[in-house]
Write a new protein. Structure first.
Length: 134
């Protein structure tokens, strides 16, 4: 689905779980093929949103952050859930700059909401989501 105001195509999918309503905006990767090159071991094809997340996470690209916030913000405004704050998922890996927290802070500003950064905490170490089998 491409929103005419959006900077990238997204494919929102409803999440099933023990909550009222939730969505993921798209997959991160479409495919990842081994190359045999030790310096570039995989040829990874990403969705448009996945590429933006990659650029934010591994290239520290502020433009990608702005685009992600615009995309997510437009989706949330259209969806219009009854929310009072935005809660980031605790990261699995400690970084100097936490992309999920950065997105949360900027999205909260975009939507005129507050962030609740300490509302959820990890009780034990978990693997990075990219390493969790589907």
């Amino acid at each position: 689905m491409l929103n005419s105001l959006s900077v990238a195509a997204i494919n929102p999918m409803k999440l099933k779980g023990l909550w009222i309503d939730g969505y993921v905006l798209d997959f991160h990767s479409i495919s990842s093929t081994p190359t045999g090159d030790p310096y570039h071991p995989f040829d990874t094809k990403r969705t448009e949103l996945g590429e933006l997340v990659y650029r934010l996470k591994y290239r520290v690209d502020a433009g990608a952050l702005a685009d992600i916030v615009q995309i997510a913000g437009e989706f949330v405004k259209k969806w219009n859930p009854p929310v009072e704050c935005i809660v980031p998922a605790p990261p699995s890996l400690q970084r100097k700059s936490q992309p999920v927290v950065e997105i949360t802070r900027e999205l909260a500003k975009y939507l005129d909401l507050i962030t609740c950064e300490n509302a959820v905490a990890k009780v034990h170490t978990t693997p990075q989501m990219k390493n969790v089998p589907v």
